[in-house]
Every structure is written in C-alpha cells, then in structure tokens.
Design a protein around this ligand. Structure first.
Ligand code: DGI
Ligand code: FE
Ligand code: FE
Length: 190
C-alpha cells in the first residue's frame, strides 16, 4: 500500500492530534534509523502505523482482541488501552498489508517495550516518546539527547520515568513494562 493511501486511511481512524503525533513518530524513527543504521523505510512505516488502533473506544479494543483470539493478560483486561499495540500490529498486517515481522513487532511492543528488543523495537519505543509534538514532560530534553547518543540509556530513562509516573497514578503496571526495565537496568551493569 502506498503512503498516501495509508495517510488517508489513518486520518479517518485517528484524532487530529494522534495523526500529527503519528507523522512525528514516523520522521523521528527515520532519524534514529539513520543514526543507528537501521532500515529507514521500515522505521518510517512502523512509526506511522504504531498508534493505528489507539483511537478505538476502550471497550472496543477489548472486544476486538477477544474476538480475534489475541492473548489478553491481567493488566490489559483492567486497562484495555494497553492493547492498542497488539491490536495495532494486527491492523497493520490485515488493513495496511504490512507483512514484515520487524515492523509488526515494533508496533506490538511500542507501549511496554520487551526484554531483548530488536533495534527496530527500540527505535519505535524511543521515537514515540521523544517526537517533536509531545508535550514537554520531565527530562524530555535530556532523553532526546540520549536517544541519539546511547539508545539503551534513553530506554532506561523512559521506563524509569513511566514507571514512576504510573506508580503515582495507577496500580495497573503491565508486567512487560517492569520486565523490560529490569532487563535493561541489568544489561547496563554488565
Ligand atoms: O500511545 P501513546 O500515547 O503515543 O504512547 P504509549 O503507547 O507509550 O502509551 C502511553 C500510555 O501508556 C501512558 O499513559 C503510559 C501508559 N503505560 C505504559 N506502560 C504502562 C502504561 N499504563 C499502564 N497502566 N501500565 C503500564 O505498564
Ligand atoms: Fe501508543
Ligand atoms: Fe504513540
């Protein structure tokens, strides 16, 4: 599918704000791919589509995943918005005709990360957080710089801040978010 067709489709599925964010992630992912010598076109595609399922109503995310037989864990059941990565990967494959596993995985894991992320996973995880349209949050200036110096350091910084923020806000922390943080903290010590 051509980019133009994807943009038209996305525009119908996303709010204006989310659409602008998606294009921001597309180009930020491309920049990170240049820096780390990943496939620039793949990074763009993953970035553009990463939130394609984000704007479905919360209960529809759950219903759709159930209907499709996608696995749903405890925290996803309590907070079905967490499913937008998994469901986004499904939509990317089935509605946007993306077949590349690297792209689909990067979309799937973009919210929580995962231990042993691929370079593409890392690029999308970080691009999502630092893209230029994001509202300023704590340490964002520093994390943007780290992203282009040491991407693993940026990942740890992002997860630390997300877990701290969620700790104040909710008790639903996805085990994958925690596992990813522990994995990269330990990896940094080696
Ligand atoms: O979809 P975006 O807003 O662009 O970014 P995202 O996919 O990273 O989602 C961000 C939201 O997800 C943010 O409100 C924090 C939340 N989040 C990330 N990890 C967890 C989580 N929420 C819960 N409840 N548990 C998590 O482990
Ligand atoms: Fe997202
Ligand atoms: Fe996003």
């Amino acid at each position: 599918m051509e980019r133009k067709e994807m943009l038209d489709k996305l525009k119908g599925k996303l709010t204006e704000k989310r659409y602008i964010h998606s294009i921001g992630v597309e180009y930020t992912a491309a920049c990170l791919a240049m820096r780390y010598r990943a496939d620039i076109q793949k990074a763009r595609l993953a970035g553009l589509l990463h939130d394609c399922a984000k704007c479905l109503p919360t209960d529809e995310k759950l219903k759709k995943c159930e209907k499709l037989g996608l696995p749903i864990n405890k925290s996803e059941r309590l907070n079905p918005d967490l499913l937008h990565g998994k469901l986004g990967a499904y939509f990317a494959r089935n509605k946007y005709n993306v077949t590349d596993t690297e792209i689909l995985d990067a979309i799937c894991y973009h919210t929580t990360g995962r231990p042993e992320m691929t370079l593409m996973d890392k690029i999308i995880f970080v691009a999502d957080y630092i893209e230029p349209n994001r509202k300023m949050i704590r340490d964002l200036t520093e994390i943007r710089e780290e992203a282009f110096v040491d991407i693993d350091k940026a990942i740890i910084h992002i997860l630390k801040n997300t877990l701290e923020y969620l700790g104040d806000k909710t008790d639903i922390i996805d085990e994958m978010t925690e596992k990813t943080y522990i994995y990269y903290m330990n990896a940094a010590k080696q």
